[in-house]
Design a protein around this ligand. Structure first.
Ligand SMILES: Cc1cc2nc3c(=O)[nH]c(=O)nc-3n(C[C@H](O)[C@H](O)[C@H](O)COP(=O)(O)OP(=O)(O)OC[C@H]3O[C@@H](n4cnc5c(N)ncnc54)[C@H](O)[C@@H]3O)c2cc1C
Length: 390
């Protein structure tokens, strides 16, 4: 059995960022990735906010994976009243993005084992036994484990972590042609329950997708395309699942940490998770390096610091889930009234006098007044989603 220090399961943004951070702190983890090509198959709308570029100093190399820049988004909660979102985001090539992160990691000495699926992890008295299948079928023994395997969380569940449920299913078409100028989000309580449809224009093509708990997603997405008169030929179809309710309660155990989708690190309003995956990966990397140092000098650093550090971030706040539960259980009548009041405004940038005017209008609207706290959750949740939504 080959002995290694730190093992990371999964080479998505969470696992790769954990590996980059560890190598910056002089640890060289081994990353196990079941696929033969990093970042493929793509399961993503490929939207990413500017904050991720700032956090991880990605600005210099943006040309390698950025396709198009956006300074605002359009949010449709009724047929004809547009509300806006104050976002600064990019459409990216998701496979190129993940490959860029992988190159950053390998340039610093991280080993990524491709076509190597971790099939089983067994807890030992002083670490873990890792069993892999695929090209490099082998057994390893590691001291510390970071699980970044995405939403399925199979290895995590074997080690008694909960799966980040419920999951929402998403389906997306890559359509030929640029069908819009801005990022667009369409909410409709009947057509897209618990989710929305999106239109993300790119260069020469547009990603059009749906995330919903409704079973007949394909029909609903096809209807959406017809309704929006998006008639370009469909060049590719992708699908996937996304944790809906935000971070799980158990984020670490002796010698093991969960990050990214495995830990439910997804914004529960727009269901974006790349920035959260990288942030949780970075924090995990720092905490694990500290923990490994403490094993050497017996200073007893505790992995609970992972949860303590994460708790300071806005995406961990309970208000995100409250916003999700409240917003996605509203009727179309409610969404229509909200759009009437917010029409033309930026939902995440209502300040000072504008706020007073909006409150004045709400006071005259019984359906909105029924749950004043719910309106506050929507306001807070969408404000946080500007930075942590995707
Ligand atoms: C249709 C769709 C659209 C989305 N659109 C957006 C968007 O526009 N913006 C955004 O921010 N987020 C979006 N998301 C969410 C985003 O893709 C995820 O939150 C993000 O990829 C999570 O990163 P991760 O590293 O945690 O997991 P993943 O990216 O899922 O990476 C996990 C990796 O682990 C590997 N793996 C799994 N099991 C094993 C194993 N046993 N052994 C070895 N390797 C293993 C997988 O092959 C994979 O490479 C979307 C999701 C879907 C499904």
């Amino acid at each position: 059995m080959e002995r290694i220090g730190i093992a990371i399961v999964g080479a998505g943004p969470a696992g790769l960022q954990a590996a980059i951070t560890l190598s910056q702190l002089n640890y060289q983890p081994i990353v196990f990735e079941e696929h033969s090509v990093i970042g493929q198959p793509i399961q993503c709308g490929e939207g990413l906010s500017i904050q991720a570029f700032h956090d991880f100093s990605l600005e210099e190399d943006m040309d390698a994976f950025c396709v198009r820049e956006f300074k605002k988004c359009k949010i449709m909660m009724s047929e004809n009243k547009a509300v806006y979102g104050d976002v600064h985001a990019f459409s990216i090539r998701r496979d190129a993005f993940d490959q860029y992160l992988a190159k950053r990691a390998t340039d610093m000495g991280v080993e990524i084992l491709l076509s190597t699926k971790v099939t089983k992890v067994v807890r030992l008295s002083d670490g873990f036994q890792i069993i892999t299948s695929g090209e490099k079928k082998k057994e390893y023994r590691c001291d510390m484990l970071i699980i970044a395997e995405g939403y399925k969380a199979k290895i995590a569940r074997d080690l008694n972590f909960p799966q980040p449920t419920p999951l929402i299913k998403a389906l997306e078409y890559k359509v030929e042609g640029e069908w819009r100028d801005d990022l667009e989000f369409y909410f409709d309580a009947k057509k897209y329950p618990s989710g929305y449809c999106w239109i993300f224009p790119r260069k020469g093509e547009t990603n059009v997708g749906i995330a919903t708990t409704a079973k007949d997603r394909k029909k609903r997405l096809d209807d959406f395309l017809k309704e929006k008169e998006i008639t370009g030929s469909i060049m590719n179809k992708i699908g996937g699942q996304i944790p809906m309710n935000g971070p799980i309660n158990k984020l670490y155990d002796t010698g093991v940490i969960v990050v990214g989708d495995t830990a439910g690190m997804v914004n529960p309003i727009f269901y974006g998770g790349i920035r959260l995956a990288m942030t949780s990966g970075e924090i995990a990397g720092k905490i694990v390096a500290h923990y490994m140092n403490s094993l050497n000098d017996n200073s007893r650093y505790n992995l609970s610091n992972y949860h303590k550090t994460l708790k300071k971030y806005q995406f961990m706040k309970k208000v995100n889930l409250k916003c999700h539960l409240f917003f996605y259980s509203r009727s179309n009548e409610y969404l229509e009234k909200l759009s009437m009041i917010l029409e033309g405004k930026y939902i995440n940038r209502i300040e000072k006098w504008e706020k007073i005017k909006v409150i004045g209008k709400i006071l005259k609207c019984p359906i909105l007044l029924r749950h004043p706290l719910g309106l506050y959750w929507i306001y807070r949740g969408f404000k946080i989603a500007r930075d942590w939504g995707f």
